[in-house]
Design a protein around this ligand. Structure first.
Ligand SMILES: Nc1nc2c(ncn2[C@@H]2O[C@H](COP(=O)(O)OP(=O)(O)OP(=O)(O)O)[C@@H](O)[C@H]2O)c(=O)[nH]1
Ligand SMILES: [Zn+2]
Length: 344
């Protein structure tokens, strides 16, 4: 990536208005292209910079906007969206995956992989992140009920943008160009085999670099690999492509689920009990609508499943906080005891 204008890197008024007058004069904005263990790669309108990651910095992720003062980290600008996930294993900390994303292409194939529940799951994640979802149904060339499946997705939400494409064909992928204008930032989500890499490669066209590692000449003319994950499309948009995003798990708050299942949320407002689980409670407006055929059974099941998952995630996070607090107390007590012991 040669030096490009801040606007083409995704800079706009949301970020600009965060700067004080002093910062206007003394600092330079740069966007994070990749985060490695001990350093990060960023780009501003004068080119790329490598910054050491120090303990004083907040946790940063690809897509973040930073201010540099004299080439040194000054501060992180507020994000307008952020994708994160629950870290795998026992740790329930959130891991940041991508920031300041405008649009998420939710990729689902029109053949075997087609699954409305899965699309809803990615819609909830995208709402949670604060980005705009576009459902991209791939493998149109392999499916003769493309229109019917597209209609099923559209029924999830009349305002949702849904496109059907052949990801192998650049002409077909131009259906996505409204979201690929200069400076727009995109992530591509979806399950394995859905066609994410294929679409990413088609969108990147001649700039094919989607495998993460990019070779570029350093100042001594040698080739170095930088592992950049914010990639420029020929039309001027940017794609964030990281392994973490490819394996995104649900770490969704209840607001995101409410936004994804808005018809259920408005029914739930009329349940007799404020904490109704819509399972078997008397006076449940959701179950009532279900019985009267006013609510889709599949939507209901999907809503219950995601709500339970969310409640479980929240519980484990709360347990973690409790465990951390207990550990902190134990630590302070042993410190105090050891001081007492030494004082004797
Ligand atoms: N015919 C056709 N094949 C496609 C299309 N999109 C993807 N494929 C094929 O589907 C297979 C899987 O596509 P990938 O792009 O690797 O899928 P992915 O989502 O990146 O999968 P992971 O890397 O496992 O996450 C490949 O063989 C692609 O060539 C399409 O629109 N039409
Ligand atoms: Zn209810």
């Amino acid at each position: 990536m040669d030096a490009i204008s801040l606007a083409n890197l995704g800079w706009h008024t949301f970020f600009q208005q965060q700067l004080t007058l002093d910062e206007w004069e003394a600092t330079a904005p740069v966007r994070v292209l990749a985060v490695h263990r001990s350093q990060l790669l960023a780009m501003g309108d004068t080119g790329t910079v490598t910054l050491p990651i120090t303990p004083a910095m907040p946790v940063l992720t690809v897509g973040d906007w930073l201010l540099l003062n004299d080439g040194h980290f000054s501060r992180l600008l507020e994000r307008n969206s952020v994708f994160s996930r629950k870290a795998s294993g026992a740790k329930v900390a959130e891991q940041l995956l991508a920031a300041n994303v405008d649009t998420a292409f939710i990729v689902c194939s029109l053949n075997d992989d087609f699954n409305l529940n899965r699309i809803e799951r990615y819609l909830a994640m995208t709402h949670e992140a604060g980005a705009e979802p576009v459902v991209v149904l791939t493998k149109r060339d392999l499916c003769n009920q493309a229109d019917d499946k597209r209609r099923q997705v559209q029924e999830l939400d009349p305002l949702l943008c849904v496109e059907t494409i052949n990801g192998l064909d650049a002409d077909s992928a131009t259906a996505l160009s409204p979201w690929c204008r200069p400076g727009q930032t995109i992530v591509v989500l979806g399950s394995s085999g859905a066609g994410k890499s294929t679409l990413t490669n088609t969108l990147l066209g001649a700039n094919i670099q989607a495998t993460g590692a990019i070779r570029e000449d350093d100042s001594k003319g040698r080739h170095t690999t930088t592992g950049r994950t914010l990639l420029p499309m020929p039309g001027g948009a940017l794609i964030i492509d990281t392994p973490g995003l490819r394996e995104l798990q649900l770490a969704t708050g209840s607001e995101a689920i409410e936004a994804t299942f808005s018809e259920i949320t408005s029914l739930a407002a009329r349940c007799r009990f404020g904490d109704c689980q819509h399972h078997q409670e008397p006076g449940c407006a959701v179950l009532d609508a279900l019985e009267r055929g006013l609510l889709d059974e599949r939507r209901y099941q999907s809503f219950i499943k995601l709500s339970r998952e969310q409640a479980r995630n929240e519980a484990t996070l709360a347990e973690r906080h409790e465990a951390d607090k207990a550990l902190g107390k134990l630590y302070r007590r042993t410190q105090a005891e050891s001081r007492r012991y030494k004082g004797k």
